[in-house]
Design a protein around this ligand. Structure first.
Ligand code: NDP
Length: 253
């Protein structure tokens, strides 16, 4: 029998950006642990397909754009009315844009900032309005290895993820007194659609394997344990921390 400290069964969780990749794996992990899970993304068809592949009959979907403030407000209100009060929010939706900084356009700058950072503020604020009132809740922000370190060509991405780390700490400062724990996960290089061009680049892919003490790329399932910990009572006295799940990459030169 698993330890009760890690029991999340019966909780209701929303995972943003969960029609594929890391978000979908995190949603699956929560569903397998007994949560009612709400999946979110913009493409309704792909979202419905993802939801139908998850186990159990407590899977729901909510189609909204996490960068659109009125859509987020309506989306969270609708989820709570249809599914019930949210106990867990995973701010996972995100994107990558790779380009030398001198060629990076203002439009792309705003797009990546909105998608990776403003989204966590908008969805987090909307969920936390309700969670703080109820006196409990768990929020997990999906940060990145690039919250700490950067490589050429991804400065804007790293800027959003570094800021998301500090937003996580700030949310903890503001909402912790009301019983809402906010922490983050920092994935290393994980094979998904977002990293497909990097995986396809044999030289880069080999560099990732060499550079990672674990000797391989991460799989989306590698992140589930950290999420379940941060979503469960086992982490009740943790706040504003980022758990790096990167095969050890961020610890070595
Ligand atoms: P994917 O591109 O595979 O998936 C992104 C998901 O987010 C999709 O479901 C997409 O669906 C959704 N999404 C994107 N924009 C929006 C939006 N505006 N509103 C709602 N949903 C949106 O990415 P990953 O799974 O690789 O990444 C997930 C998170 O993990 C991101 O925050 C990323 O930065 C982070 N991360 C990833 C790493 C990796 O190596 N893969 C490493 C470190 C962090 P749709 O387009 O239909 O909306």
């Amino acid at each position: 029998m698993s330890h009760p400290l890690f029991d999340v069964s019966g909780r209701t969780a929303l995972v943003t950006g969960s029609s594929r990749g890391i978000g979908l794996a995190l949603a699956r992990g929560l569903a397998e642990a007994g949560c009612t899970v709400v999946l979110n993304a913009r493409d309704p068809d792909r979202l419905a397909e993802a939801a139908s592949a998850l186990p159990g009959d407590r899977i729901h979907t909510a189609v909204f754009d996490v960068t659109d403030a009125p859509a987020v407000a309506a989306g969270i209100a609708d989820v709570e009315e249809r599914v019930g009060p949210l106990d867990i929010l995973v701010n996972n939706a995100g994107m990558q844009l790779r380009a030398p900084l001198l060629e990076f356009t203002e439009a792309d700058w705003h797009r990546i900032l909105d998608t990776n950072l403003t989204s966590a503020f908008l969805v987090g604020r909307e969920a936390a309005r309700r969670m703080t009132e109820r006196g409990h809740g768990k929020i997990v922000n999906v940060c990145s290895l690039q919250s700490e370190v950067v490589r050429p060509g991804i400065a804007p991405y790293a800027a959003t993820k570094g800021a998301l780390k500090m937003l996580t700490k700030g949310m903890c400062a503001d909402w912790g007194p009301y019983g809402v724990q906010v922490n983050g996960i920092g994935p290393g290089y994980i094979e998904t659609e977002l990293t497909r061009p990097l995986v396809a680049d044999e030289e880069f892919s080999a560099w990732v394997r060499r550079r990672t003490p674990a000797g391989r790329w991460g799989r989306t399932e590698d992140l589930v344990g950290a999420l379940l910990f941060l979503a469960s009572p086992a982490s009740d006295f943790m706040g504003g921390q980022i758990l790096y799940v990167d095969g050890g990459m961020s610890s070595v030169l």
